[in-house]
Design a protein around this ligand. Structure first.
Ligand SMILES: Cc1ncc(COP(=O)(O)O)c(C=O)c1O
Length: 454
């Protein structure tokens, strides 16, 4: 039998003081929390069955607004200089982000999706090509491959790391392969030495999907600066949020010039030859001035926030490992710092009397611990069949080629991972150690009461 750990109980006075501090914190831009009712860890009955919650209070809110950004935003709006063409802030953000991430150049974009589309375009991905990609990811990672009329080739996941399994990459390479898109999902760094080594050996480009990995490190270097290009998202839920936004990092001036041109309607840039007429293909994927100003204000807190997330994640790792049937993520070879856009672990239902994962998630949410499933079996996503039955795909790929695709994209490791993955959103990790105790206590409570859920 596992003992539920003792956690903080607040006196009424402490609760009032802490709550007022929380309100003051919210005004100053710090996490808001309210400690209402004290925990009742003695109650054995699960909250899902009408018992008391382990964590009745709130969790830090996300995103935080920094009022000091308001003056600059107001001035910019009043000036009418709203787009990057006649404004200075997007370029200023690009310089700062490149320095922060240790890359030569940065191009800001409208979103992570448009960053990835631009990167694939510049790396030469075209109709009929194949792009090797992690399957345990957000839909945008492979949707962008479809936008180039190419085929995503899913490389199986390592269920322990939640990441692309480098041992499985080589067997998926064909003479149509052009690039690899490893995804540092949840801010967990991929084993980039192995990815880069394999890519080099087969003359493939590497585009890192670092859309959830701002400041994560591999062998002491920031991810997103390790492949040919690295892409980031600044959508509202992200550690560096601006509502929407994205960026591409790169160290090759000519390639970055091509990115700059493509995202700006094809207008030549830097070392590119200026030709008469509109010589280059391109889109409008530009970032706006307001996004850049918000990002520069949010950048002032990301390092401190990541330190808090890391410290809580390491504390939680130790507690989670003690609970039967709960297996936290394992860092990949060479990963030196994760940033936890989500904190992932695997739920082994066999150790919980076969209580389904969905029931476990409902029970944990009922205890006041917000959690959700990880990504699904993306290789079996309905949109893939929709794309395959489109006019364009039928023209480019034969029936037998698509049949072969379906047969080859069976991923036992990723299926297992998808069946077992459970995650906590990043703002949970901005709580305090007692909040982390509540998480472990709630899971332990469910474990002890698993027979009532079976
Ligand atoms: C792994 C991953 N790739 C790509 C994207 C796309 O970024 P955006 O939503 O900014 O277009 C996201 C966004 O959530 C993501 O998490």
């Amino acid at each position: 039998m596992i003992k539920i750990m003792k956690t903080r109980k607040l006196t009424r006075r402490q609760a009032i003081t802490t709550t007022s501090a929380g309100v003051a914190g919210a005004i100053l831009g710090f996490p808001f929390r309210s400690f209402g009712i004290k925990n009742n860890l003695q109650a054995k009955k699960l909250a899902l069955k009408g018992g008391d919650k382990v964590h009745p209070g709130s969790w830090p809110q996300w995103p935080y607004w920094d009022q000091s950004a308001e003056k600059g935003l107001l001035e910019m709006f009043r000036s009418g200089r709203w787009w990057r063409g006649n404004g200075e802030y997007v370029a200023e953000f690009e310089k700062k982000y490149a320095v922060l991430m240790g890359a030569k150049r940065c191009l800001a974009t409208a979103s992570g999706t448009t960053a990835l589309i631009t990167a694939l375009q510049v790396m030469g991905v075209d109709a009929g090509d194949e792009v090797l990609v992690s399957p345990f990811t957000f839909i945008a990672t492979y949707n962008v491959i479809f936008s180039h009329k190419a085929l995503p080739v899913f490389v199986d996941s390592d269920p322990e790391t939640f990441l692309i399994d480098p041992k499985k990459i080589e067997e998926r390479i064909t003479d149509r392969s052009v690039a690899i898109v490893p995804v540092h999902i949840y801010g967990l760094p991929v084993d980039m030495d192995n990815v880069n080594r394999i890519a080099k050996g087969h003359n493939l480009k590497v585009i890192e999907d670092a859309c959830q990995a701002w400041l994560a490190e591999y062998r002491g270097k920031r991810v997103g600066s390790l492949g040919d290009l690295g892409c980031f998202s600044f959508q509202n839920s992200k550690h560096l949020p601006a509502g929407e936004g994205g960026a591409i990092l790169g160290n090759d001036e000519d390639i970055m010039d091509l990115c700059q041109a493509y995202h700006n309607c094809g207008r030549p840039y830097g070392n590119m030859k200026k030709m008469p007429g509109n010589a280059h293909n391109g889109m409008n994927y530009r970032m706006q001035q307001s996004q850049a100003l918000i990002l520069m204000s949010q950048m002032t807190r990301i390092e401190k926030d990541n330190d808090i997330r890391l410290s809580n994640a390491l504390y939680l790792d130790k507690k989670m490992k003690e609970i039967p049937g709960i297996v936290p993520y394992k860092l990949a070879e060479g990963a030196t710092r994760a940033v936890y856009h989500l904190y992932p672990f695997r739920y082994i239902k066999e150790k919980f009397d076969n209580v389904p994962k969905e029931t476990f998630i409902n029970a944990l949410n009922a205890e006041g611990i917000p959690c959700s499933s990880g990504y699904g079996k993306q290789n079996k996503d309905g949109l893939i069949e929709e794309v395959f039955s489109s006019k364009g795909y039928k023209r480019i790929y034969s029936e037998s080629r698509l049949k072969q695709w379906r047969e080859e994209n069976q991923l036992p490791g990723n299926d297992r991972l998808s069946d077992q993955a459970v995650t906590f959103y990043q703002s949970i990790l901005l709580g305090n150690k007692s909040d982390m105790d509540d998480i472990a206590n709630a899971i332990t409570k469910i474990y002890e009461n698993r027979s009532s859920l079976a």
